[in-house]
Design a protein around this ligand. Structure first.
Ligand code: SF4
Length: 378
């Protein structure tokens, strides 16, 4: 039987719903030990994030409801699970957010929901909150709205007209893997087509050019390999101009979440390392000019758990080194272990006026830069 809370107050519901929304990382990044996974002391709905410029900020993040009619095997909120179920109304959500915003305790809102009734009915609730904030409270700040798998173009367009950012979680790599996870979600029509639609109307020169699209993979539940995820990840950045991709290591919580057609689950610490490696690949794609063919996986199709993907590339390409620091193109400098975009910029700027003669001309003699020495020629 489903657990029912008798008349919970807004804070009781926020406590339950923000706890249930924790696996949607939205803006977090890193391993389980890093701060992206921790929340504020004053409520789990207060959610610290790292901004694109490296600064820190705080979001008000919650589900509007944990009542769900879907059957996603990896999700603790799926239908028929005995759980404390509750929902926030649109007015209640908007006014709770504004209380925190007026006290300057949050700068923006991240709103998601489980899918009660239908994707469009759920989207309508989320859109109503955003509409109340924009129109009644004249809130001009950051709103991230979750797009439900299977939502109509009309519902998506309404979200795009109100939000600063939207995300529809891709969850896994390919329709065969999705079929292992849900009998109700159609990978192509419910997930890929809406992501493509959002991509076609956002970004430079388009109607909703200010709206950023992000997505998230769950790492591990369907037995998908890292190579599968890397292939989709590259396509999402390269062809669909995805703004950011997030990864959430799957944590099996009960026996009935075992997916029969998937291989034995990995040890939890290995799944977290996989998640971390995928974030490293994500950085290599977005900041280092790496492409899909630069990412090597083992014979099982997985990234090394022992070495980071950039180090693996360097080990596999001895012919590329040593790199001449005084002549190399930026993208070649970025292939050197220990050299990132900031150091590459410093090298290029320094050599405009004079040649670099030793590692000390590049920067402080730290452990990371020392890693680069065997790969360099001056
Ligand atoms: S639709 Fe969302 S909340 Fe519902 S079971 Fe699937 S992942 Fe969980």
């Amino acid at each position: 039987m489903t657990g029912i809370i008798s008349k919970p107050g807004t804070h009781d519901k926020l406590r339950i719903l923000s706890e249930d929304g924790q696996y949607d990382l939205a803006c977090a990044c890193g391993t389980k030990d890093q701060p992206g996974r921790t929340r504020g002391d004053n409520g789990k709905w207060i959610y610290p994030i790292t901004l694109p410029n490296g600064g820190k900020s705080v979001l008000f993040k919650t589900l509007m409801s944990n009542v769900c009619t879907n059957d996603c095997k990896y999700c603790p909120l799926r239908e028929n699970v005995d759980l404390r179920r509750c929902s926030l109304s649109a007015e209640e959500t908007a006014s709770a957010f504004m209380d925190y915003y007026r006290r300057k305790e949050v700068f923006g809102l991240f709103l998601s929901s489980a899918v009660a009734k239908s994707p469009d009915a759920t989207m309508s609730k989320l859109n109503t909150v955003a509409s109340i904030l924009r129109k009644k409270h004249k809130f001009r700040g950051f709103i991230h709205l979750k797009i439900m798998a299977g939502a109509s173009k009309a519902a998506i367009e309404q979200s795009l007209s109100l939000a600063s950012a939207v995300s529809l979680n891709i969850e896994t790599a390919g329709k065969e893997n999705m079929a292992k996870l849900s009998a109700k979600k159609d990978y192509i029509s419910d997930i890929i087509e809406p992501i493509k639609f959002i991509s076609s109307v956002t970004g430079k020169g388009n109607r909703y050019h200010r709206v950023k699209q992000t997505t998230q993979f769950i790492v591990g539940p369907a037995g998908e390999t890292d190579a599968d995820i890397v292939k989709y990840m590259f396509g999402l950045y390269d062809r669909l101009k995805m703004h950011r991709i997030y990864f959430s290591a799957y944590q099996q919580q009960s026996e009935d979440q075992k997916i029969q057609s998937a291989p034995q689950p990995q040890k939890p610490e290995d799944t977290f390392t996989r998640e971390h490696r995928l974030y490293q690949v994500d950085f290599l794609f977005r900041k280092y000019g790496f492409t899909q063919s630069d990412i090597a996986c083992d014979k099982n199709g997985n990234l090394s758990l022992q070495a980071d993907p950039k180090q693996v590339w360097a080990t596999n390409h001895p012919e590329f080194f040593p790199v001449n620091v005084n002549k190399a193109h930026r993208n070649d400098l970025l292939k050197i272990p220990g050299i990132g975009p900031v150091t590459a910029k410093k090298i290029i700027s320094h050599r405009k006026s004079e040649n670099l003669n030793s590692i000390s001309d590049i920067g402080k003699d730290g452990a990371i830069l020392r890693k680069a020495i065997p790969y360099l020629k001056f």
